[in-house]
Design a protein around this ligand. Structure first.
Ligand code: AMP
Length: 424
């Protein structure tokens, strides 16, 4: 089936090992376009196989044209977070299979030495966060003059105000003659307009069915006072015995929630921008391998991270920006599996909640808090103990989503002063 999209047997070979039998809707639509060499703006819900949608045709191009392992990289993938740089580079290495293509991840928070050596040895694909890539450009330890394919993963974030200065420094040093691909779950009109400055007649692919979140995710809301949130979280984690990713608004808040969970006997890791990169990598890897049950995170973990079969996301606090809700809950319900997102909200969140409902185009199910909102013993709420079962609708991945009719408009975040600063 992948071969029907124009991919060669060599490109398809690693997919069987990864258990990919059928291409996802975004792969079906995007791969043939990318193989033509055209520029592309692609929109698909989170967790629906975007990395392979740009990665496989890019790898085929690099293996069939020119020699592998050249000193100058030929493909550049820009991503917004360090964790994503590592994840995407590992995923692409897996897709590259036994080809001799080399993939190097370039991201901040770790020493430059290892990255400089890897770049010197020769690489075909660089997966980078913009800040660290600029550090290498300034030291002249990376030469981007041979880039044939540029991909912006999480393109809306890459084009928002925080990253624009960095992109303005990177784009001019890339060859004009290149293929440019933009992939994202949300692509607002403003972003599409901005991309016109550095793409050429891009094709558009949209398999989001007008929905920005996958249909297989259940959204629930608990109204609860701030003081009772930790008790409620603990209750949710008692009732739900699998892994959970818990989002907090601030780094200090994440630390507090992580400590509280540990005190209650729930193994928890914490990940945020004040932790060293090695601590961040360790916390994420402990969570991915199941060594810890709960990962408490700020929004640095909201984008793109692929945690296999994660069943539950808890918004301990709502995100600062309503659209980040989409990315947070996109960590669950991936690859066609069911997922659940529970948000703990207080009265002050009412406006933000309405904005989130407008963006996700789905009413968020209101639940009674199972924990007394005044001091006292937890009490079960039947409504919570038996969460409503969603009818099993067509899965975005396995059953195939219908292509959407167009690009939905969502409020601009580029000018949002509340967005946290960009990490290098
Ligand atoms: P991505 O959106 O690229 O992060 O992919 C989300 C998840 O879907 C990852 O765990 C991939 O390994 C998985 N995946 C991607 N494409 C396929 C496919 N065709 N069949 C099964 N799983 C896939």
């Amino acid at each position: 089936m992948f071969s029907q999209l124009g991919l060669s047997p060599t490109t398809c070979a690693p997919l069987a090992r990864l258990g990919y039998t059928t291409p996802t809707p975004i792969q079906i639509k995007a791969i043939p376009v990318v193989l033509t060499g055209a520029d592309l703006l692609a929109r698909a819900q989170t967790g629906t196989g975007k990395t392979a949608a740009f990665g496989l045709p890019m790898i085929q191009r690099l293996t069939t044209q020119g020699a592998a392992g050249r000193v100058k990289p030929r493909a550049l993938v820009l991503v917004p977070t360090r964790e994503l740089a590592l994840q995407v580079s590992q995923t692409l290495s897996g897709y590259a299979g036994s080809s001799r293509l080399r993939v190097v991840a370039i991201y901040g928070g770790v020493g430059m030495g290892g990255q400089i050596q890897a770049l010197r040895r020769g690489t075909d694909i660089v997966v980078a966060t913009p800040g660290r890539l600029i550090d290498h450009m300034q030291r002249k330890t990376v030469d981007l003059s041979g880039i044939e394919v540029l991909t912006l993963d999480e393109a809306d974030r890459m084009l928002d105000m925080g990253f624009q200065p960095a992109l303005k420094r990177i784009l001019p040093v890339l060859p004009r003659q290149r293929q440019t691909l933009l992939f994202s779950a949300t692509l607002e009109d403003g972003v599409v307009g901005l991309s016109a400055e550095f793409t050429r007649n891009p094709a558009r692919v949209d398999v989001s069915t007008g929905q920005v979140v996958a249909a297989n995710v259940t959204h629930q809301v608990h109204h609860v006072s701030t003081e009772r949130k930790r008790d409620l979280l603990s209750h949710i984690l008692t009732e739900h015995t699998e892994q959970a990713l818990v989002f907090c608004k601030t780094k200090r808040g994440a630390n507090r929630v992580g400590d509280d969970l540990e005190q209650r006997g729930v193994s928890a890791g914490v990940i945020h921008g004040n932790k060293s990169q090695s601590a961040r990598n360790r916390a994420l890897s402990d969570f991915k391998t199941g060594r810890v049950r709960v990962l408490v995170a700020t929004d640095i973990a909201a984008r793109g991270l692929d945690i296999a079969r994660l069943p539950l996301v808890v918004n301990f606090d709502l995100p600062l920006v309503a659209e980040d809700y989409v990315h947070r809950v996109g960590r669950t319900g991936r690859a066609g599996l069911d997922g659940r997102a529970v948000s703990l909200v207080s009265g002050a969140d009412a406006g933000l909640l309405r904005e989130i409902e407008r963006i996700v185009k789905t009413p968020l199910e209101r639940l009674n808090a199972p924990v007394a909102d005044t001091a006292g013993a937890p009490r079960e709420a039947a409504q919570y103990a038996r969460p409503r079962q969603r009818p099993r609708t067509a899965r975005a991945v396995s059953a195939g989503a219908r292509p959407g009719s167009g690009w939905t408009r969502s409020p601009s975040r580029r000018s949002n002063p509340r967005r946290p600063p960009v990490a290098r």
